[in-house]
Ligand binder design. Sequence first.
Ligand SMILES: [Zn+2]
Length: 181
Amino acid sequence: MSVVNLGLIEYIDAESRGRPGQRTFNITARSGRGQAIVWMEKEQLFQVGASLKQFLTTRESTADPVPFELDAEASDYLIEVEFKTPQMTLRHDPASDVFTLSAEDYGDEGSEEPEQVVEFSFPRSEAERLADTSLQVVASGRPPCPLCTGPITPGEEHFCVKVNGHTEVGPFNLGRQPADG
Ligand SMILES: [Zn+2]
């Protein structure tokens, strides 16, 4: 297993692609060493945002941070990776006040061990921005059904499990009363 390390990023963002209900999610990170696009499930992106928020609240910012030390040599080639990850880890270095996200890549063959681990690091200011963006991207999806809390896709019938899946519920004007009772 190899470790691909982008080092301190210059650009990082979270986004979703696709129509409501069929959205896919990724985090894109870019540095002088190259670029990584890490695809994930919505729950994972939510977890990234929530974990960052928790770190940011529980870890005081460092008054006099030391420069971030990268323990990996730069490669001779420009990094260009894109994969879907089943497993991510977030850590925070208190000395430099830098956050590092690592994502495991199991390749296309579905191997038992990760083929590579891709890591990238970012300062507190970027962590705050990424946390907000991640949670916003997750939340900008479909509204929940008031009965079963399952997602409602605009323009499509919702078969509600709370009413045995047989009855169509809605459409809902969320936060508004029906005009004629
Ligand atoms: Zn429902």
